[in-house]
Design a protein around this ligand. Structure first.
Ligand code: ZN
Ligand code: ZN
Length: 317
């Protein structure tokens, strides 16, 4: 299978302690004005409100199982593909796997792969300065957690940040039609619930219950845990590496995000596929990528530079 080579290398994932480049502005000089495009976020609010339907539809093992499974699989789509592949290009894949990873990430309802990667590359370039869209240091916790993407300023995809990805028409299409994958997932869950309710009534589920658990609850959990990497992981936790930003490491967040909680590690070496550096820094996305590499679905996982473990300039707070 041919590799999905980019026509030009991305500019962000440079494994150096100064990966963010010279800071263009001083840390948190002023807090910029925040504007929310309320009409545009109605579907997002409705999805979260629909979680309350759980008191109407009840629960069943199969519905809760779908919720957990879709949380884990789509978290992998976000962390392994949207983050470590599309944003940082820390491994290589063929074009078919690239598209499948993009669809999986898109099913998490966090916009398209180009939009996600463009904003994330900006985050690394300007971490915890006014040009970082979701810095809790500059914008406050809640804007970093749930506010920034509701702003008209961050609605569009800045293709200049993702020229390497925009070279693929199928990725541009998926980015423009970022609701297709979530809607297909929702329709699939409703259909599955209806089929199980009809042909296997002993399971105690139906269309609405599968939709509420498998889509609304699973996606809401997935969103807030992912958003914690922007908000919590730049405020709470341990700093092992002297990065220019305020990124932190958190064991609990690393478990919930399949490895992304080692965020200070990641800001220190954004060019490596690993986020857990030491054996006890659990990084499930990395272990999964190793397994996919073993069967040939992904290639050339970029490992840790030796200095990541040898550097003596580590700081602890
Ligand atoms: Zn960060
Ligand atoms: Zn990153």
């Amino acid at each position: 299978m041919p590799n999905a080579e980019a026509p030009s290398l991305p500019t962000v994932p440079v494994a150096t302690p100064l990966a963010n480049g010279p800071l263009p502005q001083p840390l948190a000089p002023t807090r910029p004005k925040h504007v929310v495009a309320w009409r545009r976020i109605v579907p997002f609010l409705l999805m979260q409100a629909a979680c309350l339907l759980v008191f109407v539809v009840g629960w069943s093992p199969v519905a809760v199982g779908a919720c957990v499974a879709l949380y884990l699989v789509r978290m992998f789509g976000i962390t392994a593909f949207y983050h470590r592949y599309f944003s940082h290009r820390t491994f290589r894949v063929g074009r078919v796997v690239q598209f499948c990873g993009a669809v999986l990430g898109a099913s998490a309802v966090q916009r398209g792969p180009l939009w996600w990667a463009a904003h994330h590359r900006q985050h690394h370039r300007y971490s915890d300065t006014v040009r970082d869209a979701h810095s809790p240091v500059v914008h406050g916790f809640w804007w970093a957690h749930v506010g920034w993407f509701t702003s008209p300023d961050h609605y569009r995809t800045d293709l200049t940040q993702v020229k390497d990805l925009a070279a693929f028409p199928e990725l541009r299409w998926l980015d423009r039609h970022d609701l297709v994958a979530p809607l297909l997932l929702l329709v699939g869950l409703l259909g599955l619930g209806a089929a199980l309710g009809t042909w296997w009534p002993g399971l105690g589920t139906d269309a609405l219950q599968m939709g509420v658990w498998g889509f609304c609850i699973s996606t809401t959990l997935l969103f807030h845990v992912t958003a914690c990497v922007n908000s919590v992981a730049h405020r709470l936790g341990r700093r092992d590496w002297p990065t220019a930003d305020d990124s932190r490491n958190s064991f609990v967040l690393a478990l919930l995000t399949l490895g992304e909680g080692w965020h200070n590690n990641h800001h220190w070496c954004p060019g490596t596929v690993r986020q857990g550096f030491r054996w006890w820094e659990i990084d499930i996305s990395y272990y999964t990528l190793r397994m996919l590499a073993a069967v040939g679905l992904v290639q050339d996982l970029r490992g840790l530079p030796a200095r990541a473990l040898a550097d003596e300039r580590r700081v602890r707070e």
